[in-house]
Design a binder for this molecule. Structure first.
Ligand code: SF4
Ligand code: SF4
Length: 424
């Protein structure tokens, strides 16, 4: 914001200052001049203190829509409160080194990355992005929580976010591995979480084949995108994964990278760039790619939808809706399907509520994430539909936690490709 705009924005304060007595006026000016000395920490730090202060002084305008606040029903979880604790930890008003303050450190990780706060924030803040800068300082002080260290250990040991290399399970899951010959049109970039849903991966492979696309999957060489390293802010680990992925992507010769995981796309597309690694390719979510193939006539709907799959609602993955700004690809495909009844949930598109499984919250507090998942499932159930269509493996995981055991037969979570393969 330029000087002129700043003066305009704060012009309302001038009449108040003019009305104040001399001593008050001088105190205001003195405090304003000494802002940095009085309110900012001394020494080296990475936290975005300026914006943490702005957020913590806000009357919490976005709090009504914060998923973790709704799940916990405690004010501690509200966005401005998290910013306030982040500020206190950074300035040492809460000493992060003291054992009794561990709960405050944990709070810095209890964000589900869904950024509902950003939708409503007049400053365009994403609280999780502010908290990430606090995590940077905590990591530098050796205070990374154990549940984050465990994820980093898994990444370093298995190249995935599991105790074992989940890509190696492709044979037992019946997923075809297609090695590149260096001349691919498309690299189908399978997310490590997507490997937990082999039917989705198999459907995607079949659909790409039906469209006549020359593609590879490279499961023998595939590694995680490094997204968890970015969330935890272990940028050394994230950098290592970015370099491995860049090399693999370039070896395929493909100009289009298509992934089934929105988290991978955000990581490949924008998070790598923030650490100076650029992937010069078109990177798209598979739902957008399939929509284009349908529009171009490379795919066509030939079969009618089975009776049991005719009533659906849509759960927009927040990373697709809010980070990739695409709420139309899913709907574009579904509206092409004859005899399909779609009822939208109240919170949809860019206003979608999170499944609970994004970010670091499910590691920091699994019960909290499950409550958030239940809240979202309740919203989807309110539509009266029994099939929840989504396009993200983490949403499938989260929503599954949100459905009670006794209701597992009644409600189904389906990736859009599982529906699409039935009618092509
Ligand atoms: S994210 Fe924005 S709207 Fe929400 S509490 Fe912070 S400053 Fe206020
Ligand atoms: S990112 Fe989500 S959980 Fe975190 S403060 Fe914003 S709305 Fe709340």
């Amino acid at each position: 914001m330029g000087v002129e705009e700043t003066l305009k924005k704060y012009s309302w304060i001038l009449p108040l200052i003019q009305k104040a007595d001399r001593a008050t006026r001088s105190m205001i000016m003195k405090n304003f001049r000494q802002k940095k000395a009085n309110f900012f920490p001394k020494g080296e730090y990475k936290a975005d203190v300026d914006n943490l202060i702005k957020c913590m002084l806000c009357p919490n305008m976005c709090r009504f829509d914060c998923g973790t606040l709704q799940a916990s029903l405690t004010e501690t979880m509200s966005p401005a409160y998290k910013a306030r604790i982040g500020y206190y930890l950074t300035t040492g008003k809460i000493d992060p080194m003291k054992k009794e303050n561990k709960a405050f450190i944990d709070l810095m990780y209890k964000c589900t990355n869904e950024e509902n706060c950003k939708v409503w924030c007049p400053f365009d803040f994403s609280v999780v992005s502010l908290l990430e800068t606090v995590r940077d300082d905590l990591n530098d002080k050796g205070l990374m929580p154990d549940y984050c260290k465990q994820q980093i250990d898994k990444l370093n040991k298995t190249n995935t976010i599991e105790e074992y290399n989940i890509y190696e399970t492709y044979k037992e899951k019946g997923i075809e591995n297609i090695e590149t010959d260096g001349k691919d049109e498309v690299f189908y970039y399978i997310g490590c979480e997507s490997m937990k849903f082999p039917e989705v991966v198999k459907a995607n492979i079949q659909i790409l084949k039906r469209a006549g696309i020359k593609f590879s999957t490279n499961l023998e060489k595939k590694v995680c995108c490094g997204g968890p390293g970015f969330n935890i802010r272990d940028l050394g680990t994230a950098n290592k994964f970015a370099l491995k992925n860049k090399e693999l992507i370039e070896s395929t010769g493909a100009n289009i990278i298509v992934s089934d995981c929105p988290g991978c796309i955000v990581t490949l597309k924008s998070r790598y760039e923030k650490i100076g690694i650029k992937i010069e390719k078109e990177i798209v979510h598979i739902v957008q790619y399939f929509r284009n193939l349908l529009d171009d006539g490379k795919l066509s709907i030939k079969n009618s939808i089975p009776e049991d799959f005719r009533k659906v609602t849509i759960h927009d993955p927040c990373l697709i809706a809010r980070n990739l700004n695409d709420t139309e690809s899913i709907r574009g495909i579904l509206t092409m399907v004859p005899d399909l009844e779609i009822i939208e949930p109240v919170y949809n598109k860019e206003y979608v509520h999170c499944c609970g499984w994004s970010g670091t919250a499910h590691w920091a507090d699994k019960e909290l994430a499950i409550k958030e998942a239940r809240n979202r499932v309740d919203e989807l159930k309110e539509t009266g539909m029994n099939i929840f269509i989504t396009a993200c493996p983490l949403c499938e995981l989260g929503l599954a936690y949100g459905i009670e055991e006794t209701e597992k037969e009644k409600y189904k979570i389906l990736d859009i490709s599982e529906l699409l393969i039935k009618i092509l």
